[in-house]
Design a protein around this ligand. Structure first.
Ligand code: F6P
Length: 527
């Protein structure tokens, strides 16, 4: 099938059959009673991950129809086009190249590592990737090898912050990070930078200005303030203490960052941690750690590229996402990682999923017939159990929950990890079974769906596989919905308004503004 003429999910022959299926009540407890092999059927192996999808509101019949949907929508053809480096980001006329960065360095590949056919021409798609990556890793290693730099500050926002911040946090918690301290500053709110600066010394700090466009207001403001602070503290040799990571070398140089680690336009911000944008990760985890992260992601790439649709975990998760959003009207999904190191995973996924799929039109500009991005939210377990789990168990809305479990902890405090795992399994079981209480307020309806993702550990390899799983799932869902998962035009308008409003805040000239904004500015100026 030609990926460009693929039908949208609601235009397929199988769509009405799926609609008919939602009429039928489905009971998880009965499903397990009737099918002794349910776990086997809905357990998925995508090494190093294993996933239990059995506590979801589907049976073999629905699964068959969903697989047919993926097939009719041409998801495999679309996937192959992305991997071959075709320009699937239509609104920006670009290829989508984040996967290619994981395969760029031949020396990073294990000698017996199999390269999927579609990824055999990586150097033709992103010719600069291998050299840029090797340069970035050499720089990270040189920094780790001497004590001159004790603190590294990554200044960036959105995709230039969330992925690296989450990955460094995860690797630090699991004992896979060492070297200089790595900090992250993102917010326009100066409190974030102001809190960090007094803890730094200009002589031993490296600032990484991370911005694909090198035009993002928050990043430029923070970078400028950091440079002013550096100069005010008597810092010399700005070129040694400020480097950039960007696809816009000219703007980085104009800022004064002589050294710029580049990457190509095809790497979307929210997919960029594998490129040179992962410099902060490489500094924390070292060459070996970063390469292991890439290797884990490649294991998932191979699975995504080659596993048949019915056993393809990213595709199966995307189909479930669609099933709940479009056939059960679920307006949100909850992600709850049971590992302190993954506490920022929900924030990272919010950008990955909602910036990718918060869209109202398809690739051809036509209004979507089916609802798109639900709200992604959550926080680490068990903290969430004492905050929002009440709503998951007894609230009026059904929210599919995704648990992420890590088999082995990196600490040796006795009596914690088994309890942590037990709590996660207990919550999923309680969501499924519910209970008939002796009073209405003690009734838990049950039949509430959940998915379990199981990692053996939180090593760079496992983390890489987990993140690549989420990326491919996002791609597959966009492919089913027929939306472009790789643009984000919706965020531009607010940025434009901000310039006009800041000028009005200074000048008091509010005539061109609406009454509410003008009134608020009046109050702010009067305070
Ligand atoms: O907010 C929109 C956005 O463009 C994101 O897509 C991106 O990750 C973020 O801003 C930061 O952009 P940049 O890396 O260009 O500074």
């Amino acid at each position: 099938m030609d990926w460009q003429t693929r039908p949208r999910c609601d235009q397929t022959a199988v769509w009405p059959l799926l609609c008919a299926h939602t009429e039928r009540a489905f009971n998880l407890r009965c499903a397990f009673e009737q099918d002794a092999a349910r776990l086997e059927h809905f357990g998925f192996d995508a090494p190093p991950l294993w996933a239990d999808l059995s506590k979801n509101l589907i049976d073999a019949g629905v699964q068959r129809l969903l697989n047919q949907l993926a097939h009719e929508c041409g998801v495999p053809a679309h996937r192959d086009a992305m991997l071959r480096g075709e320009r699937i980001n239509a609104s920006e006329q670009r290829a989508v190249t984040h996967v290619h960065w994981r395969w760029a360095s031949k020396s990073g590949l294990a000698p017996d590592e199999q390269v999927p056919d579609m990824l055999k021409n990586v150097s033709g798609v992103v010719p600069e990737a291998a050299a840029a990556q090797s340069d970035m890793l050499a720089f990270a290693e040189s920094l780790r090898a001497n004590d001159a730099i004790t603190d590294v500050v990554n200044i960036g926002i959105g995709g230039s912050d969330l992925g690296p911040r989450m990955a460094v946090q995860a690797l630090r918690a699991s004992g896979h990070a060492s070297g200089p301290r790595v900090h992250f500053v993102a917010n326009m709110d100066g409190h974030e930078l102001a809190e960090l600066l007094p803890r730094l010394r200009p002589t031993s700090t490296l600032f990484i200005v991370a911005s694909k466009s090198f035009g993002t207001a928050e990043t430029l403001r923070n970078a400028q303030s950091a440079r002013d602070w550096f100069a005010a503290q008597g810092g010399v040799d700005t070129a040694r203490h400020f480097v950039a990571v960007s696809a816009n070398h000219a703007a980085a140089r104009a800022f004064g960052a002589e050294r710029c680690f580049g990457f190509d336009d095809g790497v979307g911000g929210r997919f960029s941690l594998w490129s040179t944008l992962g410099l902060s990760i490489a500094i924390a985890a070292g060459r070996t750690g970063f390469q292991a992260l890439l290797a884990g992601a490649r294991a998932m790439d191979r699975h995504f590229a080659t596993a048949p649709l019915p056993r393809n975990l990213p595709v199966q998760l995307a189909l479930l996402d669609l099933w709940y959003r479009n056939f059960h009207a679920c307006a949100s999904r909850c992600v709850t990682p049971y590992h302190h190191g993954l506490r920022s995973l929900p924030a990272y996924l919010q950008q990955l999923e909602m910036e990718s799929h918060g869209k109202r039109v398809d690739l051809g500009g036509r209004p979507l017939a089916a609802a798109s991005a639900p709200v992604t939210w959550g926080q680490a377990g068990t903290n969430g159990q004492h905050a929002f789990f009440q709503m998951l168990h007894q609230g009026s809305d059904m929210v599919p929950v995704e648990f992420v479990l890590v088999r082995w902890p990196a600490h040796n405090l006795p009596g914690h990890h088994d309890k942590l795992l037990a709590h996660a399994l207990a919550q999923a079981r309680a969501l499924m079974l519910g209970q008939a209480g002796d009073a209405p307020e003690r009734d838990l309806p049950g039949n509430r769906p959940s998915t379990m993702l199981l990692l053996p550990d939180l090593s760079p390899h496992s983390l890489g596989a987990l993140l690549a799983l989420y990326e491919h799932r996002t791609f597959a869902l966009g492919s089913l919905w027929g939306v472009n998962s790789f643009d984000q035009w919706g965020v531009e308008l607010g940025k434009r308004h901000a310039g006009e409003i800041e000028a009005a805040l200074h000048s008091g000239e509010t005539g061109a503004l609406d009454a509410s904004t003008a009134g608020l500015l009046g109050r702010l100026r009067g305070c």
